[in-house]
Design a protein around this ligand. Structure first.
Ligand SMILES: Nc1nc2c(ncn2[C@@H]2O[C@H](COP(=O)(O)OP(=O)(O)OP(=O)(O)O)[C@@H](O)[C@H]2O)c(=O)[nH]1
Ligand SMILES: [Mg+2]
Length: 404
């Protein structure tokens, strides 16, 4: 008998702002992504609120009127969580919590929550826990900022102050402990990586949900967990792959996202070491996503942060089966042609054509253009192999890859 599993989704409201950097269209796209993140975390978005804000209110981030409107909605609809797309200061978070009387999260807090839910191995859990404590530490101080004016005055030298100090010490001790624990695992992992010998290393990188794990499964015939939620993969998987007669190591790792919390980049150092130590990168892009160019920029930002931007890279534009564009009528002389009107072929002739053939267009799900993909990866890996081991050049003659 099949048991019916009922998933209880928590009611969530989103709040975003419109300003010089993000117009209405951008703001909507960011909230779409935030909605997907909320859904991944187990929330059902029931409403969105946006406000034109140039200088955020230092106390409550958005203005009083808008806050009233949200409060009314939250109370009438029994909303459990309100998620802000932008980073809130610990004090703002506290103040808003007091007004709306429900859970308040910002994008970073939400991403941390998803990571915590999805971390499987003890290594990933340790990394996430560290990031969470680092996020929490300034917020423990924040609990008391509303009393700042009275700090040190009468009544503030009692247990209140001691309690927060104790809490902070416990958190700091925990952070130190987790860091030590990670250091030990890091060393073990570095040794493991060292033992892998002379094989060329290729790392799949890219925005979350673009199809890295799916592609890994197709190439290495392995079973890496892939699903249509964000951050399906938190741990790195490494597989030995053979194309033609050429073996190499392929790694699949955590996906990137706009505004990836710095605490996470930091604590995922060792996971990202796999990327750092790779000889070349396969930067996977979901070309069917309206924001794919911005995703590329976010990924490149993080690659720069971890000093990997200069590695040989092949851009893999995935999900061509799902790609659509808005056709522009021939007699339409008014609408300006923009990215959303480009056909796949037109895209190929944009900046993508300047990549010296290092751009591939595939569908990992439908296995379209996989022969071209294999041929390209084969020759790129072979080039690296030859420069590293010129003497066994003969092992890897130029061959055509078996058509499967
Ligand atoms: N239509 C279509 N969907 C795809 C393709 N490749 C992957 N997907 C789907 O995209 C979703 C995400 O795929 P994953 O392989 O989990 O993506 P990922 O990049 O590993 O994601 P994270 O691990 O979350 O960073 C899944 O639902 C896949 O089935 C493709 O070529 N076409
Ligand atoms: Mg994945």
């Amino acid at each position: 008998m099949i048991e019916e599993v009922k998933i209880e989704y928590e009611k969530v409201v989103l709040v975003g702002i419109i300003n010089q950097e993000q117009d209405e269209v951008k703001s909507k796209e960011y909230l779409d992504e935030l909605e997907f993140l909320s859904y991944t975390a187990g929330g059902e978005v029931v409403n969105r609120f946006t406000q034109k804000v140039n200088v955020p209110n230092p106390k409550t981030f958005i203005g009083t009127g808008k806050m009233e409107e949200i409060l009314q909605y939250v109370e009438e609809n029994e909303v459990g969580t309100v998620v802000f797309d932008d980073e809130l200061t610990p004090a703002q978070q506290k103040n808003i919590e007091r007004i709306l009387k429900c859970k308040i999260l910002d994008r970073t807090g939400l991403i941390l929550d998803i990571f915590a839910q999805r971390a499987q191995t003890s290594y990933a859990r340790t990394q996430v826990e560290l990031a969470q404590y680092q996020y929490l530490l300034p917020r423990l101080t924040g609990l008391w900022t509303h009393l700042e004016r009275q700090r040190g005055g009468i009544g503030m030298r009692g247990p209140g102050e001691t309690e927060i100090e104790t809490d902070r010490r416990i958190v700091r001790d925990r952070i130190a402990l987790l860091k030590k624990k990670l250091q030990i695992i890091d060393k073990q992992m570095a040794t493991q990586r060292g033992n892998r010998g002379a094989l060329v290393r290729v790392a799949l990188v890219g925005y979350t949900n673009v199809g890295k794990s799916t592609l890994m499964n197709v190439i290495s015939k392995s079973e890496v967990f892939a699903e249509n939620k964000l951050f399906a993969t938190l741990d790195t998987t490494v597989r030995k792959v053979v194309i033609g007669n050429l073996p190499f190591l392929l790694s699949d790792t955590v996906g990137f996202i706009r505004k990836l919390p710095t605490q996470l980049v930091e604590s995922f150092k060792s996971t990202l070491d796999e990327v750092r130590e790779a000889d070349m990168l396969l930067h996977v892009v979901d070309i069917s996503h309206p924001n794919f160019e911005e995703h590329i920029a976010s990924v490149n930002n993080i690659l720069s942060e971890i000093k990997c931007i200069d590695k040989p890279t092949v851009m893999v534009f995935n999900k061509i089966d799902q790609f659509t564009h808005e056709p522009l009528a021939e007699d339409d002389l008014v609408t300006e042609k923009e990215a959303r009107h480009f056909t796949l072929d037109e895209w190929r002739h944009t900046w993508m054509s300047t990549m010296n053939g290092n751009a591939l267009f595939i569908s990992a799900v439908n296995k379209e253009n996989m022969d071209e993909f294999r041929q390209k990866v084969y020759s790129a890996v072979r080039d690296i192999h030859i420069t590293r081991f010129p003497y066994n050049n003969f092992l890897y003659p130029e061959i055509a890859i078996d058509q499967e």
